[in-house]
Ligand binder design. Sequence first.
Ligand SMILES: Cc1cc2nc3c(=O)[nH]c(=O)nc-3n(C[C@H](O)[C@H](O)[C@H](O)COP(=O)(O)OP(=O)(O)OC[C@H]3O[C@@H](n4cnc5c(N)ncnc54)[C@H](O)[C@@H]3O)c2cc1C
Length: 531
Amino acid sequence: MRRWNGWGDTSIHMEVPPAGKGLLAEWVGEAAPVADIALPQYLEKVPESRLPEHPLCSADKKNRLDHAHGQSLPDWVAMRQGLLSTFPDVVAHPGGAEEVEEVLSFAEKNEALVIPYGGGTSVVGHLSVPKSDRPVISLSLERLNRLLSLDSANNLATFEAGVVGPDIEAQLRGHGYTLGHFPQSFEYSSLGGWVVTRSSGQQSMHYGRMDNLFAGGEMLTPTGRLTMPPLPASAAGPDLRQVVLGSEGRMGVITKVVCRVSALPQKDEFFGMFFPSFSHGMEAVREMARARLPLSMIRLSNAAETATNMALAGHETQMNLLKKYLSIRGLDRNEACMCLVGVIGRRSLAAQGKNAVLAIAKKRRGVYVGKPMGAAWEKKRFLAPYLRNSLWDAGYAVDTLETCVTWDKVAPVMQSVERAISGAMAREGEKAHVFTHLSHVYASGSSVYTTFIWRLADSPQKTLERWRAMKEAASAAIVEAGGTISHQHGVGEDHKPYLPAEKGELGMKLIRSLVKTADPDGRMNPGKLLD
Ligand SMILES: Cc1cc2nc3c(=O)[nH]c(=O)nc-3n(C[C@H](O)[C@H](O)[C@H](O)COP(=O)(O)OP(=O)(O)OC[C@H]3O[C@@H](n4cnc5c(N)ncnc54)[C@H](O)[C@@H]3O)c2cc1C
């Protein structure tokens, strides 16, 4: 069963190991748990629905509470501490494209707003319910979860858009195929959600981002149906698929997605290495990214993230042995940076790729530590977010943000974002523990993904104020450096103020006019992406 006020399945727990708790106390101070609101008390806050009954819609209060938020930090404060004050009037559960159309007609008739809901894993405020005189429908895509066709002659699979990661892979793997899209939210996030937020999976280096995997499909808008044929390529004017990618529910509801799938690889393996410093690691990673090797992933942690991962891994004896080994190999344990690499493809090519990676690493004094570290990462690749539950229970909040910049800016941006976050907390008289990794590398640059942990305040408003101070300072540092405000999480509400800096005045006008053409009445997910 899914947690109603946290991340993931209620049967899965990831504890913060005692040594990790000790270090957190050292890094940001001793924390005390804060009180959660109980579910019955929360349900009392959900008002009666303003909409008439409809066979596809539920006015059940728990259902409406569950669809009133995503997984952003403000969402977390709201779900754990009772701050939500707006809820959808109903949650619609259509079972196919025709029923989605029926819900859109019901919305039109009742002048209701519509928020498409995929897996509810947005981390930037895509799902918050606006305060409005108009009733609000959360349109859940949960029942649109079928594989409609697998066209192996053309490596294309057509799915209903609400299908979530595990169900996509289960339906493809039986036929020897994979989509290869593995965001950390894989368990719950949906195909339609991935398209409209331009998601990027952990093995995007091989399979591509959602931008590449999305071949076509159908979107129902308040003005009509947009059909996008799955052409392998086209020079026929602007590509409308690129308009739908990143549309964040503002233009309509995607009901069907045609994706480019791949035959399962012969080899899909991860291994670990350490570099003496971030700059050694970054130089190596840059060379690997440019060498066009058969790699699925490169993930380079800075020294602070390396230390944090080791502290939170929970295998103290193994970690101590590893640290000893690294010292013997001449690496300073305070500077060492962990790097995980995935090789993929035909066995012989993957083996050549691995040799090439090791040769590049050797030039930068990289120390190979073998496959066990890669296998351990693979085993837990979707479990790290569960730590958020136990950190919160212990009185700590955690959030992440990311950008993407050209190689010349990677190290300066990493430093300025980390400094901005720490500085914002210092001004509050508090400390944040901040660390970063590069996980999506390209020939011309890299994503820069920063995590920050801090103590919950004694009031939810104060916790939010601290978060806002850090988020604003970090976002300003990103904008100043000319980085994108989102490499993979979209814009939602939280990044909206920073979008004009990236798109420019004319760019914003163009986006606005596209949204307006698809949805002249401003019905679809208002307030997200742009005002
Ligand atoms: C722990 C965690 C880890 C994450 N890791 C990653 C990661 O590695 N990579 C990554 O890219 N992202 C990651 N994310 C962010 C998130 O999973 C993505 O943004 C994801 O694409 C959202 O998909 P969803 O189905 O949950 O969409 P939702 O959260 O339900 O909705 C997001 C937006 O999409 C719209 N939408 C959803 N479905 C449709 C549809 N069918 N038609 C039209 N609009 C629709 C909604 O209206 C909303 O605006 C992570 C999030 C969490 C909580």
